[in-house]
Design a protein around this ligand. Structure first.
Ligand SMILES: NC(=O)c1ccc[n+]([C@@H]2O[C@H](COP(=O)([O-])OP(=O)(O)OC[C@H]3O[C@@H](n4cnc5c(N)ncnc54)[C@H](OP(=O)(O)O)[C@@H]3O)[C@@H](O)[C@H]2O)c1
Length: 247
């Protein structure tokens, strides 16, 4: 039985991935802080094993790693959170630290504890965001964290190749989850968690170094990112003005 460990499996994209891998016959270590939610996943599919820990607590991460038996075919680092800095003139450093910690620093904790658990020939998938392609107003903390995550994944893809571990950088567009349900702005080309999970599982099966979706949306962002910086700055300035005019 193949083994996958998924962080952030109690909700949204990670929950869908956990269910889909379990239905395909994998043993799934489903991680998160919400024990009730993870136990419910286990009740529904007994090849889902709950692992309750906070990814921002390095001791808890190491304790969880010690509970894994055997070696992982796939480690999927997906846990994350989003909060916005609405007013850069009243920069919220605590929010900035929180968001960098859960999205970026915690990946370091997970790599330290869990990378040695991946078998030779195995895979590492890291969930970043297409927000990392361009600077978006209010995404000061989230975008900075995800830009770091993308850099990290691309570097590890080079460094882990000699260790026979394939690394995939996963950059979703908008996916309908509790995380995006909090957003107060239009989210173009938003897809379902089923769509996201299918795209991620298919990309990982092909050991793609980069998985991004929905394709049309992410290609537009990539194109905008390739244009001279003043063009995007002008567009983003308008976005900022329209956001500020919202109630
Ligand atoms: N939804 C989108 O449009 C979108 C787009 C691009 C990228 N992403 C990325 O995709 C990933 C999943 O997002 P989602 O939309 O599925 O969000 P979600 O539904 O809010 O799920 C977030 C998951 O992360 C876990 N998590 C958060 N903080 C944690 C902590 N301190 N320790 C352990 N687990 C923690 C949560 O589990 P507990 O609450 O149980 O701890 C939950 O399972 C994130 O990295 C997000 O940045 C999402």
């Amino acid at each position: 039985m193949k083994q996958v460990l998924i962080t952030g499996a109690s909700s949204g994209i990670g929950e869908q991935l956990a269910g889909d891998y379990a239905r395909q016959g994998w043993q799934v270590y489903a991680c998160g802080r919400n024990s009730d939610k993870l136990q419910a996943l286990h009740k529904a599919q007994d090849n889902i094993v709950p692992l309750v820990f906070d990814v921002t607590d390095t001791q808890q991460v190491h304790q969880a790693a010690s509970e894994i038996t055997g070696q992982l075919d796939l480690l999927l680092l997906n846990a994350g959170n989003c909060e916005y800095i609405d007013n850069p003139m009243q920069f919220d450093a605590a929010l900035f630290e929180r968001i960098i910690k859960v999205n970026l620093v915690a990946i370091g904790y997970c790599l330290e504890a869990l990378l040695p658990k991946i078998k030779s020939g195995g895979q590492l998938g890291i969930v970043s965001s297409s927000a990392a392609y361009l600077p978006f107003p209010r995404a000061t903390a989230y975008g900075s964290a995800k830009a770091g995550v993308s850099y990290l994944a691309k570097t590890l893809a080079i460094e882990l190749k000699p260790h026979n571990i394939a690394v995939s950088l996963i950059s979703p567009g908008f996916v309908k989850t509790p995380l995006t349900d909090k957003n107060d702005f239009d989210m173009p080309m938003q897809v379902s968690t089923e769509y996201a999970s299918n795209a991620i599982i298919a990309g990982l099966a092909k050991r793609r170094s980069e998985i991004h979706f929905p394709y049309f949306f992410t290609m537009i962002l990539k194109l905008l990112a390739a244009l001279p910086a003043p063009i995007w700055r002008a567009i983003a300035q308008k976005m900022q003005t329209s956001t500020q005019s919202q109630p």
